[in-house]
Design a protein. Structure first.
Ligand code: NAI
Length: 404
């Protein structure tokens, strides 16, 4: 509980929402099912939702990111049940998701779409009771859009990840800082001067690349999208295919959301002592199954697995899972970043409770007023004021027949 309170004091936007929720109880009677990283910042979101009147059942969205002390503390919060356990087996992981769904949720909050996937496959009998959901991360939203395109998504879902107040802070600054911090704590190695390869120059990748450069790393980027590759080039990074980067890289971080980004095409090319890590999606970006088959010997220490391939050591962090969360000391995103992301979640859940019944099934943007509210609250908490458009400026911005 002390961990949860520590995080809470640096989450002013969520605190303000919680104070309003206590007064207005906008989630009264809702049953919220959550599959998120169970740690102290998430716990503050759970408390906020419970303060709004909801009952909340939560499990993890990654077997290694659960903090057991936080999970047990959550169990003591009124209206909350937590089923997450650190390092649980795959069977236990899905059993916990089923236990959460046994609550017959009216609202889902996912990070990676596990709840929604299960609801649309093994637990379809529960679908009629669901008003809608919220999705936290890029990969979950890719899949939701694919489901919606095939007419398979049966309720409205808010794409929390895609809104500017999430992507530009959580993915860029959150992943950037926390992945580097975790990498350094786990290996105790210097970043300055190292050849650091970032796979994928999306929101996460560019944050990581820029921050690593700020620490003195010699960063190179791999991409498959020509526009993103060009952006990386013009931001001053070396851009090259992974087969080239594999030969020179000393530290690798994947942030693509894709599968087998580093695989058997690359393992044989890596330098002795190369460090592989993933800050993108789940544990699929580095093909560890193949590495296990190819590697001669394996050595393990906290958060680091070493493979010996043709006499060269290849070190993999956190079993190829999210390096910022799944290493022994991984704390996930910095608190202030999650204050923004979880404020968006809390307000999106409130929006679903109020408006979700009128929304057809599909993937929806976070309403712009929610995005703006979170930005304004954050600025206010920092004591920063900004200008407002004058009447003349507003008219000028919306006119097509003046000023040309
Ligand atoms: P994004 O879509 O903005 O960027 C992904 C980039 O990877 C794109 O530019 C794409 O062209 C590139 N890419 C795809 N396949 C590739 C390949 N084989 N080789 C090189 N580049 C490739 O997505 P975003 O927002 O940067 O998220 C990336 C991943 O990180 C997602 O899986 C997301 O769920 C995850 N994520 C992880 C977080 C964490 O805490 N570690 C936080 C937020 C997101």
């Amino acid at each position: 509980m002390r961990k949860i309170n520590w995080a809470g004091q640096y989450m002013p936007v969520l605190r303000a929402i919680e104070r309003r929720f206590v007064q207005e109880r906008p989630l009264e009677g809702e049953r919220i099912a959550m599959a998120l990283h169970v740690e102290a910042k998430t716990a503050n979101l759970v408390r906020t939702l419970a303060a709004g009147g909801a009952t909340v059942e939560i499990t993890g969205c990654n077997p290694l990111s659960t903090q057991d002390d936080v999970a047990r503390a959550l169990d003591t919060v009124g209206g909350v049940r937590c089923y997450a356990r650190h390092a649980c087996s795959v069977q236990e992981y899905y059993a916990a998701i089923d236990r959460v769904l046994d609550s017959h949720p009216s609202i889902t909050i996912d990070d990676g779409m596990d709840l929604i996937h299960r609801l649309h496959t093994a637990r379809r009998e529960l679908l009629p009771g669901v008003i809608g959901g919220c999705e936290e991360t890029t990969t979950g939203i890719h899949r939701l859009r694919a489901m919606a395109a095939q007419g398979r998504l049966e309720f409205p879902v808010i794409a929390v990840n895609d809104t500017p107040m999430k992507r530009s802070f959580d993915n860029v600054h959150g992943t950037g800082e926390s992945a580097l911090a975790s990498l350094m704590i786990t290996t105790n190695l210097l970043v300055a001067g190292k050849r650091l390869v970032v796979a994928g120059y999306g929101f996460c990748g560019r944050g990581l690349a820029r921050k690593a450069r700020g620490m003195g790393a010699r960063v190179c980027v791999t991409e498959v999208d020509p526009r993103r590759a060009l952006e990386a080039y013009m931001d001053g990074f070396d851009v090259m295919p992974m087969e080239e980067a594999a030969r020179i890289g000393e530290i690798f971080v994947t942030t693509t959301g894709n599968t087998k980004v580093i695989d058997e095409r690359h393992f044989g090319l890596l330098r002795d002592g190369a460090i592989l890590s993933n800050a993108g999606h789940f544990n699929v970006e580095i093909d560890l199954e193949r590495l296990h088959e190819m590697a001669g010997a394996i050595e393990q220490r906290d958060g680091i697995e070493t493979f010996i391939l043709d006499g060269r050591r290849i070190h993999v962090l956190a079993e190829g899972r999210l390096v910022n969360l799944a290493t022994p000391k991984g704390m996930g995103h910095p608190i202030e970043v999650m204050d923004l992301s979880f404020s968006l979640q809390a307000l999106s859940a409130e929006y679903i409770a109020k408006e979700g019944r009128d929304l057809p099934a599909g993937v929806y943007d976070v309403p712009a007023w929610i995005d703006e509210t979170v930005a304004r609250e954050k600025l206010a908490s920092l004591g920063i004021e900004i200008d407002a458009l004058t009447g003349e400026q507003s008219r000028y911005m919306s006119a097509w027949d003046v000023g040309t």
